[in-house]
Design a binder for this molecule. Structure first.
Ligand code: ADP
Ligand code: AMP
Length: 217
């Protein structure tokens, strides 16, 4: 059983590794970004509010995000372990998560930190293609689908995320360095950060993750 976080800059490869990890360890993958995009496409009140921030590359306010995660963590599929992807992104969110876990009587086993140079991130993000149905991620160079524009997993037509443009990426990187990097220090103090080299190929990054997490599924 694993209860994990995955952290890293936008485009570092969190979603890509999360998809591999969830299958390997059979745990729930909770991506706040995916949850917001789902809410936006369903035009829910949360989606309508979150859209403005996401389109500008800013963080959705803590209050909304924390409530979303608190509800999600109570779901039955999280009982066998989970991997939180893209949360927490602020110290306030990390503190709120500590409280949620305390209430549930559980602890985190580790925080996977995918380390990358900022220089590769623009290319990774502008080349990203995503499946709007099953959420599988692709890249026009490093992870091509078998048939161009079509999801290998479910056959849906791939899309480019509205916020995956160069202008928004600059904001997202700034937000990451200012607001999210301190969260890593927060967990370093608890000695639970597992650094992995995100500059390697997708499969090599995953090998490093598995070695460092250990075989205990
Ligand atoms: P994040 O969830 O951290 O924003 P993604 O997992 O969506 O990032 O990855 C961003 C893009 O980079 C995707 O198009 C993905 O296919 C690609 N990618 C992910 N990891 C690597 C890697 N190690 N090397 C090259 N490309 C990668
Ligand atoms: P992601 O899919 O992780 O790249 O997230 C896409 C966007 O959703 C981010 O740029 C934020 O605007 C928003 N978002 C995702 N997770 C969070 C979070 N934990 N806190 C605030 N905003 C978030």
């Amino acid at each position: 059983m694993k209860r994990l976080l995955i952290m890293g800059a936008p485009g570092a490869g969190k979603g890509t590794q999360a998809s591999l990890i969830k299958n390997e360890y059979n745990i729930a993958h909770i991506s706040t970004g995916d949850m917001f995009r789902e809410a936006i496409s369903n035009k829910t009140p949360v989606g309508l509010e979150a859209k403005v921030y996401i389109d500008n590359g800013q963080l959705v306010p803590d209050e909304i995000t924390i409530r979303l995660v608190e509800e999600r963590l109570k779901a039955s599929d999280c009982k066998g372990g989970f991997l939180l992807d893209g949360y927490p992104r602020t110290i306030a969110q990390a503190q709120a998560l500590d409280l949620m876990l305390k209430k549930l009587g559980i602890k985190l086993d580790g925080v996977i930190n995918i380390k990358t140079d900022d220089l590769v991130l623009i290319d990774r993000i502008t080349g990203r293609r995503s499946c709007p149905v099953c959420k599988e991620g692709y890249h026009i160079k490093s992870k091509k689908p078998t048939v161009e524009g079509v999801c290998d997993v479910c056959g849906a037509t791939l899309i480019q995320r509205a916020d995956d443009n160069e202008e928004t990426v600059k904001n997202r990187l700034e937000v990451y360095h200012n607001q999210t990097a301190p969260v890593l220090d927060y967990y370093s103090k608890q000695n639970i950060v597992i650094d992995v080299d995100g500059m390697k190929d997708i499969s090599d990054v995953f090998e490093e993750v598995k070695v460092k997490l250990g075989g205990n599924k």
